[in-house]
Structures are given as C-alpha cells and as structure tokens.
Design a binder for this molecule. Structure first.
Ligand code: ATP
Ligand code: MG
Length: 407
C-alpha cells in the first residue's frame, strides 16, 4: 500500500502493509514541495518531479512496489457543506433496507449545485427514521420516511484535474483521492473524541485545515490559507534575514508565548547574505511568531463560531501538522480558545517498522492515508464504498478500525 500526502511544504510518501494489528511502515520518502501555493497546484511539471522524488525515495527503502496508492488533497480548491436528503417508504411504512440508506445518501447530492465540481466524499452523519434522530444504522427498522444528513466534500474540476495529472506525469497510478483532514483525523483522533465533539486542526506549511467531528462523523471542514510558512516569512521580514535563516530561528528558538522568554535572552541571526551575524532579542522573534499564531487561531475561532459547531467541542481541539511542533502552541491555543487542547500525532502503537520517524505530527496525513488504504484493502467489499464515486459509509471505516485493532 502506498500513501502520498501532497503538502505545501513537503510531499511525503509512505509505503506499508498490514502486519497483524498494526501497519508496518516499510519506506518513507520526502521531497520539498514545489509548484504548490496555498495548497493549489500552479506548476504541474514541478509537482510531478517532486512526487517522483518522494515516491522513489520511499520505494528505494521499502523495496516493494505498492499495489494501491492513496493521495491526499487539500487547499482552497476543495470545499465542503452539509446536506439533507430523504426517501419515502410508503404510507404504511416498511423495513428499511441497505439500498434505502444508499438511496437516501445519494439523494442529498441533488440538493446542491455541483457545477464544475467533483465529489470527493459524501459522508453520512446521521439518519433520521421518521422523527427519531441520531441513528447510525437504520437497516431493519420500520418507518414511512428515512432522512439522512451528509457532509459533502468536493473539489473544483480543474483543481482535481491538475492534481491527478501531476501524479500521471510522475508515473504514479492513484487509486483514491482523499481530503487530507479526513486522513489526519483517522490517524490522530480517538473514537471517543469524535463521538463527544472535537476539532482537528492541522497547521501545515501553507494552510490550516480544520475538521470538526461530532457523534462519530465529520460535521464541518474548512481550509484556512495560512500556515507555518507565513510565520517564517514574517520572521524573515522582521529580522531582515533569508527565509532559510528565518526557518532555522523559528524551529530552534520559536515560541508561541513570547512573554515566556526572558527579557535579556538574545539569539544570533545571520543577515540576508548569510555572513554578518546580528544579535536579536529572542523575545522579539517570538513576538513576531505569536502575532501570526494569534491570527491563525482568530481565523479558526471565527470559522468554528460561524459554523455553529464551536459549542460542541467537549473533546476540545487536537493540533497536528508540522507547525503544531512550535514550542508553546498547545498552551497558547488552550488559553486563546478556552477549550482543552492536545497535540495529535500518529500513535506509535499502531505501527511497526519505521515507527520513530512517523510518530510526528508532520506525518499525520500520510499515516491516515495509509491506514485508510490498508483498511479498505483488507475489507474491500464494504470499504470500497468509502467515497462518493461509489457510495459512502464512513462509519464502517471507524468500526473496522476498532475491529482490526483488537484482532
Ligand atoms: N519544530 C518546529 N517548530 C515550528 N514549526 C515547525 C517545526 N517543525 C516543522 N515546522 C513547520 O511545519 C511546517 C510544515 O508542516 P507540514 O509538513 O505539516 O506541512 P505540509 O503538510 O507540507 O503543508 P500543508 O498541510 O499546509 O499543505 C513548516 O512551515 C515548518 O516550518
Ligand atoms: Mg499537510
């Protein structure tokens, strides 16, 4: 199995296979992402080259060609919305069949104008059997009407075309295109969190992806076009240095809580040319970082409020993605959002092989993609219904995940 996370700062390929109750990571390949801006492909040739580099680096380590490759997409060309649909079962009522649930889910698509968009996922949230809400599996129940709420994720046609074309140019056959936050969620959220309400916030290089789960399913998703690269850029301007030096300062000395830094602590920063060293207050560098982090969380809070799901986060917020490694970010987020916040990374217990490397928030999406590929392959029949090119039964993924973990 193969998984390719197409991020704005890196392209990550994982090759792995099911190994007992875990996934064995056989190979990892990383390449610097280029040709992508705010998650959007602006140069197919460059992306194809980066894809090839990443893929072949993983292949070299794994020495196994993956039979199936899942690819993760995000960026501002992907949008989502909640829909409702229904099927009528006759006046006298009758038993609900599997086919009825599929028809109800399918009917939600007709409620939205999908002009120039391709559906990536149509995820059922809950069924409503006559007036009874919150039903996960209504098959076998008797009713006159079956309603369903779904979460639809769609990509602009040209956006998806460029994405798939890049893979084709790289010679990689993609079996499935998956919305990145859905994959990250699979890798880092617990079933309990998804049940009681949680927001997964993946702060990567160019974007911050948000996905809210409640009652076991995805309720809201959004891509905010700001991420760690913006912090680096701000630092480069503020400290009058290169992007590479700003990145080094951010990773080694960065902190989201500038007031935690002693007044007199100083760091040395190279100038643009990389020669002269200037002395800078570390607190000043962290003030620049904090300002951008504050903006990201402000936008996040606005999105959560506007979606109406901000009040349903008993499980709090889970931060993942490379920028979640920034010192002090968990404390900053919990004090700003006033909810419990934790760092989410692929659980090392779920993997064997190159575990140390993947147990990092930067690999959440890639790990989730691989997990999904393995899950769907090991139970092909039912899970092939995962995306809406066929049908959708996300909760099967969840159930099977539990099932395989205790196998
Ligand atoms: N220790 C660290 N402290 C702060 N930032 C870090 C650290 N390590 C990595 N980063 C930042 O994480 C970002 C990359 O994260 P990630 O690999 O999750 O992004 P991506 O998946 O390529 O991008 P996106 O998801 O936005 O498309 C970079 O901006 C990098 O500077
Ligand atoms: Mg990412």
């Amino acid at each position: 199995m193969g998984a390719v996370d197409v991020g704005t700062s890196k392209i990550c390929t994982l090759i792995g296979r099911k190994h007992g109750t875990t996934i064995e990571i056989l190979g990892i390949g990383l390449s610097g992402s280029s040709g992508i801006r705010k998650g959007r492909i602006i140069d197919i040739g460059k992306v194809a080259r980066a894809l090839r580099d990443s893929f072949f680096a993983a292949l070299e380590v794994a020495q196994v060609l993956p039979n199936v490759v899942y690819a993760g997409i995000a960026g501002d060309g992907v949008t989502s919305c909640n829909l409702e649909g229904e099927v009528f079962l006759g006046k006298g009522g009758r038993e609900i069949t599997e086919k009825d649930t599929e028809n109800a889910i399918e009917s939600t698509k007709t409620k939205v104008d999908l002009k120039s968009q391709r559906i990536l996922h149509l995820l059922p949230q809950e069924f409503i059997v006559d007036e009874q809400k919150g039903i996960a599996d209504p098959v076998g129940m008797v009713a006159t009407q079956l309603r369903v709420r779904t979460h639809l994720v769609a990509a602009q046609e040209n956006y998806l075309h460029n994405f798939v074309k890049s893979f084709q140019q790289a010679g990689i056959d993609v079996a499935r295109v998956v919305f990145q936050p859905l994959a990250s969620a699979l890798a880092v959220l617990s079933p309990t969190e998804k049940e009681i309400g949680v927001a997964l916030v993946d702060i990567g290089g160019g974007t911050t992806d948000v996905a809210v789960f409640y009652g076991g399913s995805m309720r809201f998703s959004k891509v905010i076009p700001v991420g760690g690269e913006h912090i680096t850029h701000d630092l480069a301007v503020g400290l009058r240095t290169s992007l590479d030096e700003a990145e080094r300062v951010k990773v080694n000395y960065g902190c989201a809580f500038s007031r935690h830094i002693p007044e007199d602590e100083v760091i040395e920063v190279r100038d643009h040319g990389g020669n002269a060293l200037q002395t800078v207050r570390r607190g000043y560098a962290c003030e620049i970082i904090e300002a951008r982090i504050r903006e990201i969380f402000k936008l996040l809070a606005q999105e959560l409020r506007a979606s109406g799901w901000g009040r349903f986060l008993r499980g709090g917020v889970v931060l993942t993605g490379g920028t979640a490694l920034l010192d002090g970010i968990v404390e900053f987020a919990s004090s700003f959002l006033k909810v419990p916040v934790r760092l989410g990374y692929p659980e090392s217990t779920g993997y064997t092989g190159m575990v140390q490397t993947v147990a990092n928030p930067m690999f959440s999406t890639a790990c989730g993609l691989l997990q999904l590929a393995v899950l769907e392959a090991t139970s092909k029949k039912r899970l092939s219904l995962f995306d809406s090119f066929q049908r959708t039964r996300l909760w099967f993924v969840e159930r099977l995940k539990d099932y395989f973990m205790i196998e």
